[in-house]
Design a protein around this ligand. Structure first.
Ligand code: GLC
Length: 559
Protein backbone atom coordinates (compact mmCIF):
# COMPACT_ATOMS: atom_id res chain seq x y z
CA UNK A 1 0.00 0.00 0.00
CA UNK A 2 1.56 3.34 -0.94
CA UNK A 3 1.58 5.06 2.39
CA UNK A 4 3.51 8.31 1.98
CA UNK A 5 6.02 8.71 4.79
CA UNK A 6 4.52 10.55 7.72
CA UNK A 7 6.36 13.73 8.56
CA UNK A 8 6.61 13.76 12.31
CA UNK A 9 5.99 17.41 13.07
CA UNK A 10 6.81 18.27 16.66
CA UNK A 11 3.77 18.78 18.87
CA UNK A 12 3.57 21.00 21.83
CA UNK A 13 0.83 20.68 24.39
CA UNK A 14 -1.60 23.48 24.80
CA UNK A 15 -4.17 24.00 27.50
CA UNK A 16 -6.56 21.61 25.80
CA UNK A 17 -3.98 18.86 25.58
CA UNK A 18 -4.53 18.01 21.94
CA UNK A 19 -4.25 21.42 20.36
CA UNK A 20 -0.85 22.12 18.80
CA UNK A 21 -0.64 25.81 19.58
CA UNK A 22 2.54 26.53 17.62
CA UNK A 23 0.90 25.51 14.36
CA UNK A 24 -0.51 28.32 12.29
CA UNK A 25 -4.25 28.30 11.96
CA UNK A 26 -5.68 26.83 8.78
CA UNK A 27 -6.54 30.26 7.46
CA UNK A 28 -2.94 31.00 6.58
CA UNK A 29 -1.27 29.94 3.40
CA UNK A 30 0.14 31.30 0.20
CA UNK A 31 -3.19 32.19 -1.34
CA UNK A 32 -3.52 35.92 -1.57
CA UNK A 33 -7.16 36.60 -2.18
CA UNK A 34 -8.47 34.21 0.46
CA UNK A 35 -10.14 35.42 3.55
CA UNK A 36 -11.75 33.71 5.30
CA UNK A 37 -9.91 30.48 4.70
CA UNK A 38 -12.62 28.53 2.87
CA UNK A 39 -13.07 30.93 -0.05
CA UNK A 40 -11.43 29.41 -3.08
CA UNK A 41 -10.28 26.48 -0.96
CA UNK A 42 -10.26 22.82 -1.97
CA UNK A 43 -12.33 20.55 0.25
CA UNK A 44 -12.24 16.77 0.10
CA UNK A 45 -15.11 14.61 1.33
CA UNK A 46 -14.01 11.44 3.08
CA UNK A 47 -16.54 8.68 3.51
CA UNK A 48 -14.66 7.42 6.54
CA UNK A 49 -15.82 3.79 6.42
CA UNK A 50 -14.38 3.49 2.93
CA UNK A 51 -11.20 5.50 2.85
CA UNK A 52 -8.47 3.72 4.77
CA UNK A 53 -8.64 0.89 7.27
CA UNK A 54 -5.89 1.04 9.90
CA UNK A 55 -6.80 -2.05 11.95
CA UNK A 56 -7.71 -4.68 9.40
CA UNK A 57 -11.39 -5.03 10.30
CA UNK A 58 -12.51 -4.13 6.78
CA UNK A 59 -13.91 -0.75 7.84
CA UNK A 60 -12.14 2.54 7.22
CA UNK A 61 -11.45 4.52 10.37
CA UNK A 62 -10.21 7.81 11.80
CA UNK A 63 -6.72 6.49 12.38
CA UNK A 64 -6.69 5.52 8.70
CA UNK A 65 -7.57 9.09 7.80
CA UNK A 66 -4.76 10.34 10.03
CA UNK A 67 -2.31 8.01 8.29
CA UNK A 68 -3.49 9.32 4.94
CA UNK A 69 -2.98 13.00 5.77
CA UNK A 70 0.26 13.27 3.84
CA UNK A 71 -1.52 12.02 0.75
CA UNK A 72 -4.13 14.76 1.30
CA UNK A 73 -1.37 17.31 1.74
CA UNK A 74 0.17 16.09 -1.50
CA UNK A 75 -3.25 16.55 -3.14
CA UNK A 76 -3.14 20.17 -1.90
CA UNK A 77 -6.39 19.75 -0.03
CA UNK A 78 -7.22 22.59 2.39
CA UNK A 79 -10.02 20.93 4.32
CA UNK A 80 -11.64 17.56 4.74
CA UNK A 81 -15.29 16.85 5.49
CA UNK A 82 -15.70 13.58 7.33
CA UNK A 83 -18.95 11.71 6.74
CA UNK A 84 -20.73 11.05 10.07
CA UNK A 85 -18.38 10.09 12.88
CA UNK A 86 -20.88 9.89 15.74
CA UNK A 87 -22.31 6.77 17.38
CA UNK A 88 -25.18 5.33 15.38
CA UNK A 89 -27.05 2.06 14.87
CA UNK A 90 -26.13 2.56 11.20
CA UNK A 91 -29.54 2.17 9.66
CA UNK A 92 -28.39 5.08 7.51
CA UNK A 93 -24.65 4.69 8.05
CA UNK A 94 -24.19 7.37 10.65
CA UNK A 95 -26.97 9.71 9.50
CA UNK A 96 -28.99 8.26 12.37
CA UNK A 97 -27.13 9.66 15.35
CA UNK A 98 -27.59 8.16 18.80
CA UNK A 99 -25.03 10.36 20.60
CA UNK A 100 -24.04 13.79 19.28
CA UNK A 101 -20.98 13.98 21.53
CA UNK A 102 -19.20 10.74 20.72
CA UNK A 103 -17.35 8.78 18.08
CA UNK A 104 -18.66 5.61 16.49
CA UNK A 105 -16.63 2.65 17.82
CA UNK A 106 -16.30 1.26 14.26
CA UNK A 107 -14.37 4.41 13.37
CA UNK A 108 -12.26 4.80 16.52
CA UNK A 109 -12.39 6.83 19.69
CA UNK A 110 -12.73 10.45 20.68
CA UNK A 111 -8.98 10.47 21.22
CA UNK A 112 -8.48 9.26 17.64
CA UNK A 113 -10.58 12.16 16.40
CA UNK A 114 -8.63 14.63 18.56
CA UNK A 115 -5.39 13.19 17.23
CA UNK A 116 -6.64 13.44 13.64
CA UNK A 117 -7.72 17.06 14.07
CA UNK A 118 -4.38 17.98 15.61
CA UNK A 119 -2.35 16.13 12.97
CA UNK A 120 -4.40 17.72 10.20
CA UNK A 121 -3.85 21.13 11.71
CA UNK A 122 -0.11 20.51 11.67
CA UNK A 123 -0.47 20.18 7.93
CA UNK A 124 -2.76 23.21 7.67
CA UNK A 125 -5.74 21.01 6.81
CA UNK A 126 -9.07 21.88 8.42
CA UNK A 127 -11.43 19.12 9.54
CA UNK A 128 -15.21 19.52 9.17
CA UNK A 129 -17.61 17.11 10.80
CA UNK A 130 -21.02 16.08 9.56
CA UNK A 131 -23.84 17.42 11.73
CA UNK A 132 -27.29 15.86 11.49
CA UNK A 133 -29.84 18.26 13.03
CA UNK A 134 -32.96 17.32 11.04
CA UNK A 135 -33.43 14.00 12.80
CA UNK A 136 -31.80 11.72 15.31
CA UNK A 137 -31.71 7.96 15.54
CA UNK A 138 -34.68 6.26 17.16
CA UNK A 139 -32.05 4.86 19.53
CA UNK A 140 -31.14 8.36 20.76
CA UNK A 141 -32.06 8.74 24.46
CA UNK A 142 -34.30 11.70 23.53
CA UNK A 143 -36.46 9.53 21.32
CA UNK A 144 -36.37 6.56 23.66
CA UNK A 145 -37.75 8.90 26.32
CA UNK A 146 -40.25 10.45 23.89
CA UNK A 147 -41.71 7.00 23.30
CA UNK A 148 -42.56 6.76 27.01
CA UNK A 149 -45.76 8.67 26.36
CA UNK A 150 -47.39 12.00 25.66
CA UNK A 151 -46.13 13.49 28.93
CA UNK A 152 -42.50 12.39 28.49
CA UNK A 153 -39.84 15.07 29.03
CA UNK A 154 -38.51 14.78 25.48
CA UNK A 155 -41.83 14.14 23.76
CA UNK A 156 -41.85 17.59 22.14
CA UNK A 157 -38.31 17.12 20.77
CA UNK A 158 -40.00 15.23 17.92
CA UNK A 159 -42.93 15.90 15.62
CA UNK A 160 -46.03 14.05 16.84
CA UNK A 161 -49.53 14.30 15.45
CA UNK A 162 -52.88 12.57 15.68
CA UNK A 163 -54.00 10.47 12.75
CA UNK A 164 -56.90 11.37 10.46
CA UNK A 165 -60.44 10.35 11.46
CA UNK A 166 -60.08 7.20 9.33
CA UNK A 167 -56.96 6.25 11.30
CA UNK A 168 -54.61 7.20 8.46
CA UNK A 169 -51.47 9.33 8.86
CA UNK A 170 -51.82 13.08 9.66
CA UNK A 171 -51.04 14.21 6.09
CA UNK A 172 -49.75 13.06 2.70
CA UNK A 173 -46.02 13.61 3.25
CA UNK A 174 -43.76 10.87 1.98
CA UNK A 175 -40.39 9.80 3.33
CA UNK A 176 -37.28 9.08 1.29
CA UNK A 177 -38.29 5.51 0.53
CA UNK A 178 -41.60 6.68 -0.99
CA UNK A 179 -43.73 5.41 1.91
CA UNK A 180 -45.67 7.62 4.32
CA UNK A 181 -43.42 9.91 6.36
CA UNK A 182 -45.44 8.99 9.47
CA UNK A 183 -45.16 5.95 11.71
CA UNK A 184 -47.89 5.05 14.16
CA UNK A 185 -46.98 4.63 17.81
CA UNK A 186 -49.70 2.44 19.23
CA UNK A 187 -49.17 3.00 22.97
CA UNK A 188 -49.65 6.78 22.65
CA UNK A 189 -52.04 6.58 19.68
CA UNK A 190 -50.07 9.21 17.73
CA UNK A 191 -47.86 9.28 14.68
CA UNK A 192 -44.26 10.56 14.57
CA UNK A 193 -42.70 12.19 11.53
CA UNK A 194 -39.65 10.87 9.69
CA UNK A 195 -38.65 12.37 6.38
CA UNK A 196 -36.14 9.57 5.97
CA UNK A 197 -36.31 6.07 7.52
CA UNK A 198 -38.68 5.27 10.37
CA UNK A 199 -35.52 4.83 12.45
CA UNK A 200 -34.73 8.54 11.85
CA UNK A 201 -37.44 10.54 13.65
CA UNK A 202 -37.49 14.23 12.68
CA UNK A 203 -36.62 16.67 15.43
CA UNK A 204 -39.11 19.42 16.24
CA UNK A 205 -37.44 22.78 15.60
CA UNK A 206 -40.52 24.64 16.81
CA UNK A 207 -39.43 23.50 20.27
CA UNK A 208 -36.88 25.87 21.79
CA UNK A 209 -34.91 23.26 23.80
CA UNK A 210 -33.92 21.60 20.50
CA UNK A 211 -32.16 24.84 19.52
CA UNK A 212 -30.32 24.89 22.82
CA UNK A 213 -29.24 21.27 22.45
CA UNK A 214 -27.73 21.92 19.03
CA UNK A 215 -26.00 25.13 20.02
CA UNK A 216 -24.35 23.15 22.79
CA UNK A 217 -23.34 20.39 20.36
CA UNK A 218 -21.91 22.90 17.91
CA UNK A 219 -19.81 24.64 20.54
CA UNK A 220 -18.62 21.33 21.90
CA UNK A 221 -17.09 20.31 18.56
CA UNK A 222 -15.79 23.78 17.76
CA UNK A 223 -14.06 23.75 21.15
CA UNK A 224 -12.51 20.40 20.26
CA UNK A 225 -11.01 21.92 17.12
CA UNK A 226 -13.54 21.07 14.42
CA UNK A 227 -13.19 23.67 11.66
CA UNK A 228 -16.87 23.59 10.91
CA UNK A 229 -19.74 21.40 9.86
CA UNK A 230 -21.29 20.04 6.77
CA UNK A 231 -24.93 20.35 7.79
CA UNK A 232 -27.10 17.43 6.75
CA UNK A 233 -30.54 18.23 5.27
CA UNK A 234 -29.92 21.89 6.10
CA UNK A 235 -33.08 22.91 4.26
CA UNK A 236 -35.26 20.54 6.25
CA UNK A 237 -35.28 21.47 9.93
CA UNK A 238 -38.60 23.31 10.11
CA UNK A 239 -41.87 21.85 8.90
CA UNK A 240 -45.11 23.66 8.31
CA UNK A 241 -46.69 24.28 11.72
CA UNK A 242 -50.12 23.32 10.33
CA UNK A 243 -48.72 20.15 8.72
CA UNK A 244 -50.53 20.95 5.49
CA UNK A 245 -50.60 18.39 2.66
CA UNK A 246 -47.96 18.79 -0.03
CA UNK A 247 -49.46 19.67 -3.42
CA UNK A 248 -48.94 17.47 -6.48
CA UNK A 249 -45.71 18.15 -8.36
CA UNK A 250 -45.94 20.21 -11.53
CA UNK A 251 -44.60 18.78 -14.78
CA UNK A 252 -41.99 21.56 -14.71
CA UNK A 253 -40.68 20.59 -11.26
CA UNK A 254 -37.12 19.27 -11.27
CA UNK A 255 -37.06 15.47 -10.94
CA UNK A 256 -34.53 15.75 -8.12
CA UNK A 257 -36.95 17.35 -5.67
CA UNK A 258 -40.16 15.46 -6.40
CA UNK A 259 -41.07 12.86 -3.88
CA UNK A 260 -43.57 10.33 -5.14
CA UNK A 261 -45.26 12.89 -7.35
CA UNK A 262 -45.48 15.53 -4.62
CA UNK A 263 -43.89 18.92 -4.38
CA UNK A 264 -42.06 19.36 -1.03
CA UNK A 265 -43.65 22.69 -0.13
CA UNK A 266 -44.55 22.07 3.50
CA UNK A 267 -42.05 19.53 4.80
CA UNK A 268 -38.86 21.44 3.88
CA UNK A 269 -37.43 24.82 2.92
CA UNK A 270 -39.65 26.66 5.38
CA UNK A 271 -38.78 30.33 6.00
CA UNK A 272 -38.21 29.80 9.74
CA UNK A 273 -35.03 27.79 9.09
CA UNK A 274 -33.08 30.94 8.26
CA UNK A 275 -33.13 32.12 11.87
CA UNK A 276 -31.32 28.95 12.89
CA UNK A 277 -28.41 29.71 10.57
CA UNK A 278 -28.25 33.36 11.57
CA UNK A 279 -27.71 32.19 15.11
CA UNK A 280 -25.23 29.43 14.24
CA UNK A 281 -23.28 31.84 12.08
CA UNK A 282 -22.86 34.21 15.03
CA UNK A 283 -21.49 31.31 17.04
CA UNK A 284 -19.14 30.19 14.25
CA UNK A 285 -17.89 33.73 13.59
CA UNK A 286 -16.93 34.15 17.21
CA UNK A 287 -14.27 31.46 16.97
CA UNK A 288 -10.72 32.03 15.86
CA UNK A 289 -10.11 30.93 13.17
CA UNK A 290 -13.68 31.38 12.03
CA UNK A 291 -15.57 28.11 11.78
CA UNK A 292 -17.36 27.26 8.55
CA UNK A 293 -20.95 26.15 7.96
CA UNK A 294 -21.48 24.23 4.74
CA UNK A 295 -25.09 23.25 4.17
CA UNK A 296 -26.62 20.41 2.25
CA UNK A 297 -29.38 22.54 0.76
CA UNK A 298 -31.80 20.87 -1.64
CA UNK A 299 -33.34 24.09 -2.96
CA UNK A 300 -33.23 24.29 -6.72
CA UNK A 301 -34.69 27.76 -7.08
CA UNK A 302 -31.50 29.82 -7.28
CA UNK A 303 -32.81 32.94 -5.56
CA UNK A 304 -34.16 30.92 -2.65
CA UNK A 305 -30.93 28.92 -2.64
CA UNK A 306 -28.96 32.15 -2.36
CA UNK A 307 -31.09 33.11 0.65
CA UNK A 308 -29.32 30.38 2.65
CA UNK A 309 -26.12 32.42 2.51
CA UNK A 310 -28.07 35.21 4.22
CA UNK A 311 -29.35 38.46 2.74
CA UNK A 312 -29.60 41.05 5.50
CA UNK A 313 -27.69 38.98 8.01
CA UNK A 314 -25.13 36.26 7.24
CA UNK A 315 -26.23 32.62 7.44
CA UNK A 316 -24.38 29.65 5.93
CA UNK A 317 -20.87 30.30 4.67
CA UNK A 318 -21.37 27.82 1.85
CA UNK A 319 -24.07 25.55 0.49
CA UNK A 320 -24.02 22.66 -1.95
CA UNK A 321 -25.52 23.66 -5.25
CA UNK A 322 -27.67 20.73 -6.35
CA UNK A 323 -28.97 22.41 -9.47
CA UNK A 324 -25.36 22.31 -10.67
CA UNK A 325 -24.76 18.80 -9.30
CA UNK A 326 -27.86 17.51 -11.08
CA UNK A 327 -27.02 19.19 -14.40
CA UNK A 328 -25.56 17.36 -17.39
CA UNK A 329 -22.01 17.90 -18.54
CA UNK A 330 -23.12 20.03 -21.46
CA UNK A 331 -21.76 23.44 -22.36
CA UNK A 332 -24.96 25.49 -22.50
CA UNK A 333 -26.71 23.95 -19.50
CA UNK A 334 -23.72 24.02 -17.21
CA UNK A 335 -22.76 27.57 -18.18
CA UNK A 336 -26.30 28.81 -17.59
CA UNK A 337 -26.43 27.28 -14.11
CA UNK A 338 -22.98 28.53 -13.12
CA UNK A 339 -23.87 32.06 -14.24
CA UNK A 340 -27.27 31.91 -12.55
CA UNK A 341 -25.59 30.75 -9.33
CA UNK A 342 -23.09 33.58 -9.30
CA UNK A 343 -25.87 36.09 -9.93
CA UNK A 344 -28.10 34.73 -7.16
CA UNK A 345 -25.59 34.59 -4.32
CA UNK A 346 -25.13 37.62 -2.10
CA UNK A 347 -22.04 39.69 -2.96
CA UNK A 348 -18.82 38.13 -1.72
CA UNK A 349 -20.42 34.74 -1.02
CA UNK A 350 -18.39 31.64 -1.83
CA UNK A 351 -20.08 29.35 -4.35
CA UNK A 352 -19.42 25.64 -3.98
CA UNK A 353 -18.64 23.52 -7.01
CA UNK A 354 -19.02 19.81 -6.58
CA UNK A 355 -20.29 16.98 -8.73
CA UNK A 356 -20.03 13.78 -6.67
CA UNK A 357 -21.05 12.65 -3.23
CA UNK A 358 -22.15 9.61 -1.26
CA UNK A 359 -25.81 10.06 -2.32
CA UNK A 360 -25.88 11.17 -5.94
CA UNK A 361 -22.97 9.07 -7.21
CA UNK A 362 -19.60 9.81 -8.76
CA UNK A 363 -19.31 12.39 -11.55
CA UNK A 364 -17.03 10.21 -13.70
CA UNK A 365 -20.03 7.90 -14.07
CA UNK A 366 -22.99 10.28 -13.72
CA UNK A 367 -21.66 13.12 -15.86
CA UNK A 368 -19.11 11.35 -17.98
CA UNK A 369 -20.44 7.83 -18.60
CA UNK A 370 -17.02 6.50 -17.46
CA UNK A 371 -15.32 8.22 -20.43
CA UNK A 372 -11.95 9.34 -19.07
CA UNK A 373 -11.68 12.15 -21.63
CA UNK A 374 -14.86 13.69 -20.25
CA UNK A 375 -13.66 13.16 -16.69
CA UNK A 376 -10.58 15.25 -17.41
CA UNK A 377 -12.61 18.01 -19.01
CA UNK A 378 -15.03 18.06 -16.08
CA UNK A 379 -12.17 18.25 -13.60
CA UNK A 380 -10.72 21.24 -15.43
CA UNK A 381 -14.07 23.04 -15.37
CA UNK A 382 -14.81 22.22 -11.72
CA UNK A 383 -11.35 23.32 -10.59
CA UNK A 384 -11.31 26.63 -12.40
CA UNK A 385 -14.77 27.99 -11.62
CA UNK A 386 -14.49 30.81 -9.08
CA UNK A 387 -15.26 29.43 -5.63
CA UNK A 388 -14.77 26.55 -3.26
CA UNK A 389 -14.29 23.11 -4.77
CA UNK A 390 -15.45 19.99 -2.95
CA UNK A 391 -13.96 16.78 -4.28
CA UNK A 392 -15.36 13.43 -3.23
CA UNK A 393 -12.71 10.83 -2.38
CA UNK A 394 -11.66 9.16 -5.61
CA UNK A 395 -12.63 12.12 -7.83
CA UNK A 396 -8.94 12.89 -8.07
CA UNK A 397 -8.42 9.45 -9.64
CA UNK A 398 -11.40 9.65 -11.95
CA UNK A 399 -12.89 6.82 -9.88
CA UNK A 400 -16.17 5.54 -11.30
CA UNK A 401 -19.18 4.03 -9.52
CA UNK A 402 -18.66 0.39 -8.61
CA UNK A 403 -21.31 -2.21 -9.37
CA UNK A 404 -22.45 -3.72 -6.07
CA UNK A 405 -24.53 -6.90 -6.45
CA UNK A 406 -27.96 -6.60 -4.83
CA UNK A 407 -27.13 -9.17 -2.14
CA UNK A 408 -24.13 -7.11 -1.02
CA UNK A 409 -25.97 -3.79 -0.85
CA UNK A 410 -26.22 -2.20 2.57
CA UNK A 411 -28.18 0.98 2.01
CA UNK A 412 -31.63 0.53 3.56
CA UNK A 413 -32.91 3.71 1.94
CA UNK A 414 -32.54 2.43 -1.61
CA UNK A 415 -32.06 -1.35 -1.47
CA UNK A 416 -35.68 -2.28 -2.02
CA UNK A 417 -36.45 0.30 -4.68
CA UNK A 418 -36.73 -1.37 -8.06
CA UNK A 419 -34.65 0.34 -10.70
CA UNK A 420 -32.77 2.47 -8.16
CA UNK A 421 -29.04 1.89 -8.62
CA UNK A 422 -28.69 2.56 -4.89
CA UNK A 423 -26.05 4.53 -3.08
CA UNK A 424 -23.62 1.72 -2.22
CA UNK A 425 -22.14 2.08 -5.70
CA UNK A 426 -20.49 5.35 -4.75
CA UNK A 427 -19.45 4.34 -1.22
CA UNK A 428 -17.02 1.52 -2.04
CA UNK A 429 -13.43 1.43 -0.74
CA UNK A 430 -10.77 3.83 -1.95
CA UNK A 431 -8.35 2.06 -4.30
CA UNK A 432 -4.84 2.73 -3.06
CA UNK A 433 -2.97 0.04 -4.99
CA UNK A 434 -3.37 -3.07 -7.13
CA UNK A 435 -2.97 -5.34 -4.10
CA UNK A 436 -5.88 -7.55 -3.03
CA UNK A 437 -8.53 -5.31 -1.45
CA UNK A 438 -6.92 -2.42 -3.31
CA UNK A 439 -4.69 -1.61 -0.35
CA UNK A 440 -7.77 -0.24 1.47
CA UNK A 441 -7.45 -2.88 4.17
CA UNK A 442 -5.29 -5.96 4.65
CA UNK A 443 -5.39 -8.49 1.79
CA UNK A 444 -7.19 -11.02 4.00
CA UNK A 445 -9.83 -8.74 5.50
CA UNK A 446 -13.42 -8.62 4.26
CA UNK A 447 -14.14 -5.02 3.22
CA UNK A 448 -17.53 -3.79 4.46
CA UNK A 449 -18.51 -3.02 0.84
CA UNK A 450 -16.88 -4.73 -2.13
CA UNK A 451 -13.83 -3.11 -3.68
CA UNK A 452 -15.30 -3.99 -7.08
CA UNK A 453 -13.87 -5.52 -10.17
CA UNK A 454 -13.92 -2.24 -12.02
CA UNK A 455 -11.53 -0.50 -9.66
CA UNK A 456 -8.70 -0.38 -12.16
CA UNK A 457 -7.42 3.09 -11.30
CA UNK A 458 -5.57 3.37 -8.02
CA UNK A 459 -3.40 5.90 -6.23
CA UNK A 460 -0.17 3.99 -6.76
CA UNK A 461 -0.58 3.40 -10.48
CA UNK A 462 -1.76 6.94 -11.11
CA UNK A 463 1.05 8.48 -9.11
CA UNK A 464 3.48 6.62 -11.37
CA UNK A 465 1.79 7.72 -14.61
CA UNK A 466 2.51 11.34 -15.58
CA UNK A 467 -0.53 11.30 -17.89
CA UNK A 468 -2.99 10.11 -15.22
CA UNK A 469 -6.10 11.93 -14.01
CA UNK A 470 -4.38 12.20 -10.64
CA UNK A 471 -1.48 14.09 -12.15
CA UNK A 472 -3.88 16.35 -14.04
CA UNK A 473 -5.52 17.09 -10.69
CA UNK A 474 -2.08 17.95 -9.26
CA UNK A 475 -1.56 20.53 -12.03
CA UNK A 476 -4.96 22.02 -11.31
CA UNK A 477 -4.38 21.89 -7.56
CA UNK A 478 -1.21 23.86 -7.87
CA UNK A 479 -3.04 26.53 -9.90
CA UNK A 480 -5.63 26.70 -7.13
CA UNK A 481 -2.96 26.79 -4.47
CA UNK A 482 -1.10 29.72 -6.01
CA UNK A 483 -4.34 31.61 -6.51
CA UNK A 484 -4.39 31.51 -10.33
CA UNK A 485 -7.80 29.84 -10.47
CA UNK A 486 -10.72 29.21 -8.16
CA UNK A 487 -10.48 32.57 -6.43
CA UNK A 488 -13.56 34.72 -6.12
CA UNK A 489 -13.57 37.00 -9.12
CA UNK A 490 -16.24 38.10 -11.57
CA UNK A 491 -16.73 35.44 -14.23
CA UNK A 492 -17.31 36.41 -17.83
CA UNK A 493 -18.42 34.24 -20.69
CA UNK A 494 -15.95 34.23 -23.58
CA UNK A 495 -17.42 31.42 -25.70
CA UNK A 496 -20.61 29.44 -25.53
CA UNK A 497 -22.30 27.17 -28.01
CA UNK A 498 -23.51 23.58 -28.12
CA UNK A 499 -20.00 22.20 -27.75
CA UNK A 500 -17.68 24.71 -26.19
CA UNK A 501 -17.83 26.70 -22.98
CA UNK A 502 -15.17 29.31 -22.38
CA UNK A 503 -15.13 31.47 -19.26
CA UNK A 504 -12.69 33.95 -17.83
CA UNK A 505 -12.19 34.77 -14.16
CA UNK A 506 -9.28 36.44 -12.39
CA UNK A 507 -7.26 36.86 -15.60
CA UNK A 508 -7.38 33.19 -16.52
CA UNK A 509 -9.52 31.62 -19.24
CA UNK A 510 -10.89 28.09 -19.28
CA UNK A 511 -11.91 26.65 -22.62
CA UNK A 512 -13.65 23.28 -22.59
CA UNK A 513 -14.99 21.20 -25.43
CA UNK A 514 -17.79 19.36 -23.66
CA UNK A 515 -18.62 17.13 -26.60
CA UNK A 516 -17.31 14.09 -28.39
CA UNK A 517 -16.66 16.00 -31.64
CA UNK A 518 -13.66 18.20 -32.35
CA UNK A 519 -14.31 21.94 -32.27
CA UNK A 520 -12.37 24.79 -33.88
CA UNK A 521 -12.90 28.23 -32.36
CA UNK A 522 -11.24 31.61 -32.72
CA UNK A 523 -9.68 32.77 -29.48
CA UNK A 524 -8.63 36.15 -30.83
CA UNK A 525 -5.20 37.52 -31.60
CA UNK A 526 -3.86 37.70 -28.05
CA UNK A 527 -1.11 35.20 -27.20
CA UNK A 528 -2.27 32.90 -24.43
CA UNK A 529 -0.13 30.53 -22.40
CA UNK A 530 -1.38 27.07 -21.51
CA UNK A 531 -1.32 26.68 -17.72
CA UNK A 532 -2.96 23.25 -17.65
CA UNK A 533 -4.63 20.96 -20.13
CA UNK A 534 -6.43 17.67 -20.40
CA UNK A 535 -3.80 16.70 -23.00
CA UNK A 536 -0.40 15.96 -21.50
CA UNK A 537 2.64 17.86 -22.77
CA UNK A 538 1.11 21.16 -23.87
CA UNK A 539 1.64 23.06 -20.64
CA UNK A 540 3.67 26.21 -21.31
CA UNK A 541 2.78 26.35 -25.02
CA UNK A 542 1.57 29.65 -26.43
CA UNK A 543 -1.51 29.80 -28.59
CA UNK A 544 -3.48 32.47 -30.41
CA UNK A 545 -6.09 32.74 -33.15
CA UNK A 546 -7.85 29.56 -34.18
CA UNK A 547 -7.71 26.68 -31.77
CA UNK A 548 -8.87 23.17 -32.57
CA UNK A 549 -9.97 21.31 -29.50
CA UNK A 550 -10.08 17.52 -29.63
CA UNK A 551 -13.22 15.81 -28.26
CA UNK A 552 -13.44 16.56 -24.52
CA UNK A 553 -10.29 18.65 -24.60
CA UNK A 554 -10.12 21.45 -22.07
CA UNK A 555 -7.41 23.91 -21.19
CA UNK A 556 -6.60 26.69 -18.79
CA UNK A 557 -5.00 29.73 -20.41
CA UNK A 558 -3.28 32.82 -19.06
CA UNK A 559 -2.65 36.05 -20.87
C1 GLC B 1 -28.52 13.49 3.60
C2 GLC B 1 -27.33 12.54 3.56
C3 GLC B 1 -27.84 11.17 3.21
C4 GLC B 1 -28.80 10.73 4.28
C5 GLC B 1 -29.90 11.74 4.47
C6 GLC B 1 -30.62 11.51 5.77
O1 GLC B 1 -29.10 13.67 2.36
O2 GLC B 1 -26.38 13.02 2.65
O3 GLC B 1 -26.80 10.25 3.05
O4 GLC B 1 -29.35 9.49 3.96
O5 GLC B 1 -29.42 13.05 4.54
O6 GLC B 1 -29.80 11.88 6.84
Amino acid sequence: MPRPAETAAPRRRSGLGYWPDHIPAWNTGPITNRSPWWRGATFYQIYVRSWRDSNGDGIGDLEGVRQGLDYLKWLEVDAIWLSPTMPSPNHDWGYDVSDYYGVHPDLGTLEDLDRLIAAARERDIAVLLDLVPNHSSDAHPWFVDALAGREAQHRAYYVWADGKADGGPPNNWLCATGDSAWTYDEPSDQFYLHNFLATQPDLNWWHEPVHQEFEKIIRYWFDRGAAGFRIDVAHGLYKDDLLRDNPPALPTDHHAIRRGGLRPVYNANRPEVHDVYKRWREIADNYQPQRALLGEVWELDMERFGDYYGREKPELNMAFNFLFVEADLKARGLAAIAEETLAALPPGAAPVWTASNHDVGRFPTRWCGNDERAVRAALVVLSTLPGTLVLYYGDELGMVDVYVPIEERLDDMTRDQLGNPGRDRCRTPMPWSAEPNAGFTTPVAHPWLPVGEHATANVQSEQADPASVLNLWRELASLRRNGRVGQLAPMERVLLDDQVWGFRAGGVTTVANLSSEPATRDLGSRALTVLASTQPGVQGNTISGELTLAPWEAMVLAG
